[in-house]
Design a protein around this ligand. Structure first.
Ligand code: ZN
Length: 123
């Protein structure tokens, strides 16, 4: 199956909801934030409001070290869509890179500029 048209996603408004409010607030302050479940200790990035493991409400946050790794990726045209994960945290961040070669496990550094998150290859 091939997609032959453009998807006009720019015309839609994405509502963050309360779950990602802290995540984007952190980015605007130049921080990567994670949620920590005080009941089971699970840490989530990006932030969550409920723990997926014990279903309790999460209110605690912590700043995450900016070093992550590529968990998986796919290449298309000259771009690479990567899923970046951080040691000790559930979840991950999708990001698009261009003009780079990656492999699973490649170390990346999170770079936050004007509230926007991107990743720099470190290997
Ligand atoms: Zn929990």
């Amino acid at each position: 199956m091939k997609w032959k048209d453009d998807m006009e996603i720019d015309g839609y408004v994405y509502t963050l909801g309360i779950g990602l409010h802290n995540w984007y607030k952190g980015l605007n302050e130049g921080k990567l934030l994670a949620s920590i479940c005080k009941y089971c200790g699970t840490k989530y990035i990006p932030t969550r409001i409920y723990c997926e493991k014990c279903l309790k409400k999460i209110e605690d946050l912590e700043e995450v070290n900016d070093m992550g790794y590529i968990h998986t990726y796919t290449e298309y045209c000259s771009k690479v869509l990567v899923l970046v994960k951080f040691e000790g945290y559930e979840g991950g961040i999708f990001s698009e890179l261009e003009g780079v070669k990656v492999r699973i496990g490649t170390k990346v550094k999170a770079v936050i500029s004007n509230g926007t998150l991107s990743f720099k290859i470190m290997e």
